[in-house]
Design a protein around this ligand. Structure first.
Ligand code: 9YW
Length: 434
């Protein structure tokens, strides 16, 4: 088991500190992931933040989620960034001028500036859990009836426009869409992408974080090339893609959210069956297409060559949270095995500890992340692994307290990395203290 360097914070004290982080990061309409590094609204961050805020204020949680849903595009997509008009445009790169989302026919509502790509769909889950935390307040404000049609449109976008592989799963067209930007899983597919030259853009992230904790310039050159190509095709999903993949975490979260939509529909007195049917079909497609029996793990599939990518990341453990998962026992063994060493790592390592590309301090190439560990904690509970879940819950709380709510931690020694006072770190801790 892990040795702890500091005393675990008193729960009331930790709750107070986590709440203070979220209040400080509130802009008046939503919560920034981090004041310096990410000074706008991010899509899946907002969903995790909502899950924490529901324990502080039902009203604030609803506002958080609804401000994101208010930026929904005409085609149903939820953009990965909603830009805060009050933030100077040079504060984050690539900013609204780069994305030029307003030029797209499918784009955001007038006056709202967004990016054009997506992030994993945690939103319906967040909406349903927010309702359940305070059903009376939710009903009084008509929360579910307002968000339900938007969430349905979002899932329809993913199910129809993003079924690029033709097997019923949602595809990503940019590594940023996975939320795990520079995961080694994407190295192979990214090799095909001609990067922009490092002199042609100016990174702002390095003003706020150590370069050894961040993606490289080469990574950034490729991200920008892919994003600019998608933009130049008007964010049309039927245009050719140099990068396209099916990601197990995104699809597992879609399944959780589809089950949540069934709950929401039921609460509204609407038919819920179509959501359950869809969740069951997605679960079958996930297992048939992305589960690799030899590795005992869910892998991403590269849609350019049609092959599964033989790299194990924490994304492949996220399906533990899926109800009625037929391969849960094997997946649990993988989580406890050498690659992830659940219970002997600080949080869940984002990438295989035995993998050739493992780097314990660099972003999505090894560090443990709070949001992903939160979902896997839920998965452990779902699979009846109560002792593993309790240990991970304790680690999430302790790591957050010891690192000042770090963005991510070194899985080998627990040292905090990236930004501090990070919103989803505070939010997931709040949820686990509730
Ligand atoms: C970037 C905000 C986002 C997260 C992503 C994470 C990072 C943005 O930060 O991406 O500029 O690199 O990879 O998951 O949503 O917290």
């Amino acid at each position: 088991a892990l040795s702890r360097s500091g005393a675990p914070a008193d729960p009331a004290e930790l709750r107070r500190a986590a709440t203070a982080v979220l209040l400080r990061n509130w802009t008046g309409r939503s919560t920034v992931p981090s004041r310096g590094l990410y000074p706008h609204q991010w899509s899946w961050d907002s969903a995790f933040i909502t899950l924490g805020l529901r324990h502080v204020s039902a009203r604030r949680a609803q506002q958080e989620l609804e401000s994101l849903l208010g930026a929904q595009w005409a085609d149903g997509r939820l953009p990965h960034i909603v830009f805060d008009p009050a933030t100077p445009s040079g504060a984050y790169f690539p900013g609204p001028e780069f994305w030029d989302a307003g030029a797209s026919a499918a784009g955001p509502p007038a006056g709202v500036r967004t990016s054009g790509i997506i992030q994993p769909p945690v939103h319906a889950l967040a909406a349903w859990e927010t309702h359940r935390a305070n059903p009376a307040e939710s009903a009084r404000r008509g929360f579910l009836s307002r968000v339900y049609p938007r969430l349905v449109a979002w899932h329809r976008y993913l199910g129809e426009r993003r079924d690029l592989g033709g097997r019923g799963l949602a595809a990503i067209v940019h590594p940023w869409e996975s939320g795990m930007d520079n995961s080694p899983v994407w190295d192979g597919p990214l090799d095909r992408v001609t990067p922009w030259s490092p002199g042609s853009f100016q990174r702002r992230d390095l003003d706020h974080a150590a370069s050894g904790d961040r993606p490289t310039d080469l990574d950034y050159g490729r991200y920008l090339r892919l994003a600019a190509d998608y933009r130049d095709h008007g964010y049309d999903d039927t245009a050719p893609h140099t990068f396209a993949a099916e990601d197990p975490a995104l699809n597992a979260l879609l399944i959780l959210s589809e089950h949540a939509l069934a709950g929401i529909a039921g609460a509204l007195g609407l038919p819920a069956e179509r959501h359950e049917t869809r969740a069951a079909a997605l679960t079958r497609a996930l297992v048939d297409t992305l589960y690799d029996p030899d590795m005992g793990h869910f892998l991403a599939r590269d849609l350019v060559d049609g092959e599964r990518i033989r790299e194990c990341s924490a994304a492949g453990l996220v399906p533990l949270a899926v109800p009625r998962l037929p391969v849960a026992g094997e997946l649990l063994r993988t989580a406890r095995g050498e690659r992830f060493r659940l219970g002997h790592s600080h949080l869940v390592p984002s990438y295989d500890r035995t993998g050739h590309a493992f780097e314990p301090g660099r972003y999505w190439r090894g560090p443990g992340w709070f949001n992903v560990s939160w979902v896997i904690h839920r998965g452990l509970l779902r699979q009846g692994a109560a002792a593993d879940a309790a240990a991970l819950r304790e680690q999430i709380r302790t790591s957050a307290a010891e690192t000042g709510f770090a963005e991510y931690v070194d899985p080998l020694n627990g040292a905090g990395r990236g930004a501090r006072d990070f919103s989803w770190t505070a939010a997931t801790v709040l949820d686990l203290l509730a």
